[in-house]
Ligand binder design. Structure first.
Ligand SMILES: *Cc1c(COP(=O)(O)O)cnc(C)c1O
Length: 344
């Protein structure tokens, strides 16, 4: 049943959207790639700091419209950080309790941000326990498990309504190559790549969708073999992307190509991008940028010109102790120097 509180909650979320500007599409060029235009959709400027602001908004609206979220419903999420930060933001907006279930290794800054928004952090040692622990908590508290890995793909309006794909194509309208050659994206839930891929098909664009996958993730193998039971012992070292199991929100059939990106190449590409932008991107943006350069190299070899678009998913300000700390990188990622030389 519709209640005044649900009406109020939906109005609050729509008003938050109305107060926001669209995110920038940053253009840059590289001397080594004449005739190729590079674009970054800057998702770090959302109020809660990442592309997950879009997802959290959609998941709350979906849960409210479905009658799953009511006044005082505790919200529980399994998240390595970014989604939890954004959901904590919206929980505070609606006055709901929020609990994030996350790996003990999550970046300190993200934990601080979740607590800043009034959320609680519940740590588990083994990333494989995230879901069962979230379900258990939701049951015992009579709460709602948001379950981003299941619902990301379906909570987003896929035909438009200013979703990220529609926004990118609209912002490209006056560019020299308004229809990008390739969109490049990494996958965490897979929700963003699903939205991009569906929108390309729905609009009939020639644009290709390349999904880049970090070292410790099953998405790449799943895309090739379509085996839903694939799993990996180790969680991804690149926060926000790569999964140890096949997630329901990851839709392989809308993806044209996948590339596996070594973690040390990701960090090298992230540092390279810092020198191009004059500010720090997060690590998953390094993975995206590395994929972008692979496509650019191919285009150059074939004498092609055109536009390449990827996402700046979050800011490097979240990772001063990890990806931007050379000691930590040496210990947890490995030697990045060969890749740094490769990108110079
Ligand atoms: C979630 C996330 C991604 C991947 O986006 P999905 O839509 O979940 O696939 C990339 N980078 C960061 C920092 C993220 O938090």
């Amino acid at each position: 049943m519709q209640t005044p509180w649900i009406r109020h909650a939906i109005t609050e979320i729509n008003a938050d959207f109305q107060r926001s500007a669209d995110t920038h599409l940053i253009r840059f060029s590289l001397e080594a790639y004449p005739g190729i235009h590079f674009y970054l959709k800057d998702e770090s400027t959302h109020p809660s700091g990442s592309l997950k602001h879009r997802l959290a908004r959609s998941l709350f609206l979906y849960g409210l419209a479905n009658g799953w979220i009511r006044e005082n419903t505790p919200i529980i999420e399994a998240s390595s950080g970014s989604t939890a930060v954004s959901e904590a933001y919206f929980s505070r907006l609606l006055g709901l309790p929020f609990i994030a279930v996350m790996p003990a290794s999550t970046a300190k800054r993200k934990v601080e941000m979740i607590r800043f928004y009034g959320g609680e952090c519940h740590f588990v040692e083994d990333p494989c326990q995230l879901y069962s622990e979230s379900e258990r908590l939701a049951q015992s508290l009579n709460g709602h498990f948001m379950d981003q890995f299941t619902y990301a793909e379906r909570a987003t309006d896929w035909r438009g309504n200013n979703n990220i794909a529609e926004s990118i194509f609209r912002q490209m309208a006056h560019e020299p190559f308004p229809i990008p050659h390739t969109l490049i994206m990494s996958a965490g839930t897979g929700g963003t790549s699903a939205t991009l891929g569906r929108y390309i098909r729905y609009q009939g664009y020639e644009t290709r969708l390349l999904v880049v996958d970090p070292e410790h993730s099953v998405f790449f193998d799943y895309w090739h073999r379509r085996d839903r039971t694939l799993s990996s012992e180790r969680g991804s070292a690149i926060e926000g992307i790569g999964r140890p199991r096949v997630e329901p929100s990851f839709l392989p059939d809308v993806i044209d190509e996948m590339i596996k990106v070594p973690d040390s190449a990701t960090v090298a590409a992230m540092l390279k991008l810092e020198t191009i932008l004059g500010r720090r991107p997060g690590a998953s943006t390094g993975t995206n940028f590395w994929g972008m350069l692979q496509v650019a190299q191919r285009m150059r070899a074939q004498g092609q010109q055109g536009a390449l678009v990827t996402l700046l998913c979050d800011s490097g300000e979240r990772y001063p102790d990890t990806y931007y700390n050379p000691e930590w990188v040496k210990q947890h990622i490995g030697d990045i120097q060969p890749w740094v030389r490769d990108l110079a």
